[in-house]
Design a protein around this ligand. Structure first.
Ligand SMILES: Cc1cc2nc3c(=O)[nH]c(=O)nc-3n(C[C@H](O)[C@H](O)[C@H](O)COP(=O)(O)O)c2cc1C
Length: 162
């Protein structure tokens, strides 16, 4: 597939909530797209529960995982929240965000609270442009390496160890 040319890519976690449900998923198709205002864009499959929750609440949280969260990221990226409670399964800890309904992830290196500016269906995915409302920066400087995802090997790794 053409997109394999773009690997390795950073993998992040994206959390979203409705009044009934809170969910979290793994996302690698994500990039900053503006500095002022701070905007990012992510691409979610049309079948994703997270997409549904984001489009309903118009809010989400991006959590930046370090290598310690490798297993949690894989679980969040291989099973839909339609079938399991991924926070319960991964034991990730939810922390109340300041300005959005979706939770921050306590174990993440950093968290971004975002509101949706637009979403558009493109092919089999939906592109979401979000504005970063709050930035909870990297906690531990020495553990700030992002988690990278190599599509070919279906493997997650921290930059430090490869
Ligand atoms: C490392 C990794 C990165 C992923 N990146 C994306 C992505 O960018 N967009 C997407 O739609 N799915 C991506 N996936 C797949 C979704 O996370 C997966 O389909 C998930 O089960 C959707 O869960 P949900 O229905 O709870 O939202 C990724 C999976 C992994 C393991």
């Amino acid at each position: 597939m053409f997109h394999e040319l773009f690997y390795p890519r950073q993998a992040v976690l994206v959390a979203a909530s409705s009044s009934e449900k809170t969910n979290i998923t793994a996302v690698e198709w994500i990039t900053p797209v503006s500095e002022k205002p701070p905007l990012l864009c992510l691409s979610l499959s049309s079948s994703s529960l997270t997409l549904e929750l984001i489009c309903t609440s118009m809010e989400f949280v991006v959590a930046i995982p370090g290598e310690k969260l490798k297993d949690a990221v894989l679980l969040c990226g291989t099973t839909s929240g339609k079938y399991i409670d991924k926070f319960e399964e991964t034991k990730l800890t939810q922390v109340r965000a300041k300005r959005v309904s979706a939770p921050l992830v306590n174990e993440a290196l950093a968290n971004l609270e975002c509101k949706v500016l637009s979403y558009n269906s493109e092919g089999d995915h939906t592109l979401i442009v979000g504005e970063v409302l709050e930035f909870h920066p990297v906690k531990e400087e020495n553990e700030a390496e992002p988690l990278l995802f190599s599509h070919g090997g279906k493997k997650l790794f921290g930059m430090k160890n490869e």
